[in-house]
Each structure stands twice: as C-alpha cells, then as structure tokens.
Write a protein that binds this ligand. Structure first.
Ligand code: ARG
Length: 563
C-alpha cells in the first residue's frame, strides 16, 4: 500500500523520485489525518516555496484513483485517505499469508548467542534468569528471520574456585549432603571455606594446588569437579525445563582449557603480550581501558583468555555472522577488552560481529519472596512461587478449568517472562507479585487472557475453518481497522527487534494487538445472525489470535486456549 502511494506521488509529480518519497512518507499519529502523510518540509529546496504551499499544490496534482478516496493538505503535510474497503482488503491479504511475520533475510547466515551461562556450584539467581529469558527471545526472533542460530551455554565451569570447593568438600562435605541438597550444599561449604581461610591462609595454597592438579588432568580432581558439575546441571536443567529453554551447546569455560595456549602464542607472536608483575597482559591504555589480563603469574589462564579462545573456536566452527553475548552490565568492560584484543590481533570483523548485549538489574518491590536463604534469590523459587500463586487464582475463579496445572504453569511462568521483557532490557526490572499477576495491567496474564478470550469467541461461533473469501467492506469500522493497523506491523516489528536486540519491541507489539483486540471485542459482536458479517469478524479474530500466539512465542511464552 505504501508502494502504491509512492507510485501515486512520483507519477503525479515528476520532480520527485521514489527514494526521496519513500524516505519521508509517514504514518500519521491520528485517524483523522488519514492513512499516510507526506511531509513537504524538505521539498522547499526543490520547489523554492513554503512547505504549506507545496503541500497544497501536491494535494491538487495527485491523480484521482479509486484506491485513494481523498487527498488533503493539512499545513505542511499532504494526507492520504485510502478507500476503507480497499484498505481493509489489502491489509487482510497481507496479514493472512502463511508464516506471517517470518522472513528469509537470515537464510544461509549463522548467529551465535551466548546466554544463561551460570557458574557451576553457584545458584542460578535472578540475574541469570534475565540473560536466559532475553537470550531465548533473541534466539527466537532471529530464527523467525531465517537465521541459523547456535544457542551456547558458556558455563562457568573452570577456575580457581573449583580448587577451593574441592578442599572444602574434602574437609567439611559429605557425599550424601551434596546429593541431597545439591548446589545449596556446595554453596554452604564454599562459604565455609572463605570463613576458615580468613583464619588459616594455608587453605588457599591447598586450593591453588588442587586447581593446578585440575589443569594438569589429575584424575581425582577432575572426577570431583565433574561430579559438582553434574549436580549443578541437574538444577539448571530443571529451570530450563520450566522455562522451555534449550541449548545447542554446553561448551563452557572448561571446554577451552586446552585452547587458550594457542591464543597466548599468537598474542606473543604478534608482540602484543606485556609482562606486568609476573603476569601477562595486553595493554589497552590507548583505548582508555585497563589492561586485559591474559595469563596469571602461575601460568594459568583466566576468564578473558577462555573467552578469546571461545571466539576463535566459534568463528571457525560456526562461521558466525554475529556472536552475541547476553550478560549483566557489570561485564561491559570485560567484553570491550576482549573484543578490542581480537581486533588488535588483526581481525577486522571483531568491530562489527562481536556484540555485547547488556541488561539492567532485577530489584524487588514491596512483598517478600520466599527464598531458601535470606538474601540470595533463587530463580527456581520465584518461578515455582509464581506458578503456585496463579494456581490459587484459578482455583478461586475457575475451579472447573481443565488442565489446571498446565495453564497455571503457562501463566505463572509467562507472567515473569513478560515482566522481564516488556521494558527495554537496559532498564532495571522491578518485581512485585501484584503487578506482574494483574489480569488487567500491561502484563503477561492480560495478554494470555486476551488470547483465551479470542479462543472462546471462536468456540461460540462454531466456525472451525478459516473463512476464505469475506466481504472487506464489513470490517471498515474504526475498531476493526485499528486492529488491522496493529497486525500489519508484525514483520517490521520482528526486524526491528532483531536489529536492536530488543525483545521489548515484540512485547510492546503484542500488548498493542491485545489492547486493539479487546477494543474490537467490546465494539463488535462476533456471534451474529448475519452469516456474512459473522464470517468476516471471525476471520479477523482468527488472525489476531494467531498474531498474539506468534508474538508471545517470540518471547518464549505459551498460550492457554482457556483460562
Ligand atoms: N558465567 C558468567 C556469569 O555468570 C557469564 C558468562 C557469559 N559468557 C561469556 N562468554 N563470558 O557471570
């Protein structure tokens, strides 16, 4: 439709080319300003007249077509009013295609997303929940655009902390306690290690010695480490299962332990390594950054070295177009340093293809959350509490609902996902049960409820097949057109969300569709006598319902047919 308007303008006014018109053509903010607006500010140079005058002349010159019912100059704008029936029929045609919202722009290209990536033997806290949800949504968005996406869980499963854990386990741990209490037991003995090491520094030496053993492949050290990792993964996978999140690779930091020396060698060969107090660094002073530590005094690698090795491994293995890292803001410097080092090694692609996607903090508002230990907030506890609270609501409001458990899970988990993804990721997320569980705020439950309402409307009409040929003139009322105007944005929304690595763009879209649908629902009865009218409205309900589902799917949320 946009193209048709562009044609119309360029056909009528020879001085204007398609590119210029396309660049400035807008969608006006209000219904009474028509469907497209052509601002004439920038045309003063070409026509040497005031924009208002140009607007008037353009409006008069535009050829009459049956497609445009009216053109009118309003100040410096020319507003185009498209014939309602044609407009509706054109929009319907677009939103009815199979795979609406998908595209092929990513075909043949690969994106790596590094997200979730918890630290073994440490709890999966709300910060890890955010990277998991944001990463999962970005994965889904890129997938929708046809990209091949490698989901990578870069587990924090290597480093000196494991030496400490082994010492702690040997001194104060027991197999039964670890098996029974999992990560919280590992955290407990880890804390004890630090308390005891305050008093007795030789514990630290012991810990270092155990980590050296790990790096040298000592069987005992590695088998304890492996076991801690398995124990931790059981808990992480329980969370991933709740969230329905998956990964293509769990190659964490330990995976790169035999791949760091090649990086160190290359840095040496390229003359980039500098000795500093026995350790080796890459100096980044010129770039206003603190040095990137590459190798410690004792020769062991660190977090950054393993990230460097991971970048080269991924480039070679996946030939990624982009490698995206989703972590909290506090790692901004880390990634800036690592990416800079790759660039300085002579890899130009580091400038464009390595992307850090930071996000804000989660803070709690009002009400207490029940957690296993005072101040650490376990993601799993929050998720389960959310599900059980929603179940109470269902038991109260709709006790006969089928699949109560399933629905409570979809809505309880969905509420948390939606709250997390609704605002720009860089903003802090506040968390209060009342707010996120409200059925009429800007929440997950509101959108899911809208979906269930659409499903219920359809059930009542008894129409099961999608009505094919419908009379578009029956959907020209304000509420139907507004709904269509929201739906029509979907493909553009997905692309923008991908470009900005911003799931909130999708979340906002789904909210607008849900609101427009509810407006439509209040204005228009669907189950009417008039069969033609009924079929037309049903068609629109089916399309809106599907858009909500597809939109929520991009956020990693599910939709109950009843709730
Ligand atoms: N394990 C880290 C953490 O929990 C996040 C790892 C992010 N990915 C990476 N390649 N550095 O903070």
């Amino acid at each position: 439709m946009r193209n048709k308007i562009i044609d119309l303008i360029t056909d009528s006014i020879k001085e204007l080319d398609r590119e210029t018109v396309s660049r400035i053509l807008e969608i006006p903010p209000q219904e009474d300003m028509g469907d497209f607006a052509f601002p004439c500010f920038q045309l003063s140079k070409i026509f040497r007249k005031a924009p208002n005058i140009i607007a008037q002349e353009v409006a008069e010159k535009i050829k009459k077509t049956d497609f445009v019912s009216k053109t009118a100059a309003m100040g410096p704008y020319v507003n185009f009013f498209i014939d309602r029936t044609m407009f509706v029929s054109e929009m319907l045609k677009q939103v009815s295609v199979d795979n609406y919202g998908s595209s092929e722009i990513g075909c043949g290209k690969t994106i790596c997303i590094d997200y979730s990536s918890p630290n073994v033997a440490k709890n999966f806290h709300v910060g890890h929940l955010r990277t998991t949800l944001i990463g999962n949504s970005i994965y889904r968005i890129y997938k929708k655009l046809g990209y091949r996406v490698e989901r990578i869980n870069h587990l924090g499963d290597w480093g000196t902390q494991f030496g400490k854990l082994i010492v702690a386990y040997k001194k104060w741990g027991s197999k039964e306690a670890v098996e029974q209490n999992g990560i919280s037991e590992l955290m407990k003995i880890y804390v004890k290690f630090h308390e005891e090491a305050e008093k007795d520094d030789t514990l630290n030496d012991e810990a270092r010695a155990w980590f050296v053993k790990m790096e040298q492949g000592d069987e005992e050290a590695l088998s304890i480490w492996e076991w801690f990792k398995d124990i931790s993964l059981i808990e992480y996978k329980r969370i991933y299962e709740l969230l329905d999140v998956d990964f293509d690779s769990y190659a964490g930091e330990s995976f790169y332990r035999d791949k760091t020396s090649a990086v160190v060698d290359e840095l040496k060969k390229k003359g980039m390594l500098k000795e500093s107090e026995g350790a080796f660094i890459v100096d980044l002073e010129k770039y206003d950054m603190t040095p990137c530590l590459i190798m410690k005094k004792d020769g062991s690698s660190i977090y950054a070295t393993r990230d460097l090795a991971a970048i080269f491994y991924r480039k070679k293995t996946y030939d990624f177009e982009k490698c995206i890292y989703v972590t909290g803001m506090e790692q901004k410097l880390h990634f800036a340093q690592v990416f800079k080092v790759v660039e300085l090694m002579g890899y130009e692609w580091a400038k464009t293809d390595l992307i850090h996607v930071p996000y804000g903090l989660v803070s709690l508002e009002g009400g207490k959350l029940s957690t296993r230990s005072g101040n650490i907030i376990y993601a799993e506890d929050i998720l389960r509490e959310s599900v059980s609270k929603i179940k109470e609501v269902i038991n109260d409001k709709n006790p006969d609902l089928q699949d109560k458990e399933e629905v409570a899970k979809m809505v309880g988990i969905g509420a948390i996902i939606f709250n997390d993804l609704y605002n720009q990721r860089i903003k802090d997320v506040t968390f209060s049960w009342d707010k996120i569980h409200s059925f009429d705020g800007e929440t997950g439950p509101y959108v899911q409820y809208t979906y269930a309402r659409a499903a219920s409307v359809l059930r009542k009409t008894g129409i099961t097949d999608v009505p094919e040929e419908i009379d578009s003139s029956l959907l020209t009322d304000e509420a139907s057109v507004s709904l269509l105007k929201e739906l029509i944005r979907f493909p553009e929304v997905v692309e923008t969300a991908a470009e900005r690595l911003e799931p909130s763009v999708v979340a906002r879209f789904v909210m607008s569709v849900a609101q427009a649908f509810n407006h439509f629902y209040h204005e228009n009865q669907c189950n009417v006598e008039d069969e033609k009218l009924k079929r037309a409205r049903v068609k629109l309900v089916i399309i809106a319902k599907k858009a909500i589902k597809d939109g929520l799917d991009l956020l990693g949320m599910k939709c109950p047919e009843q709730m």
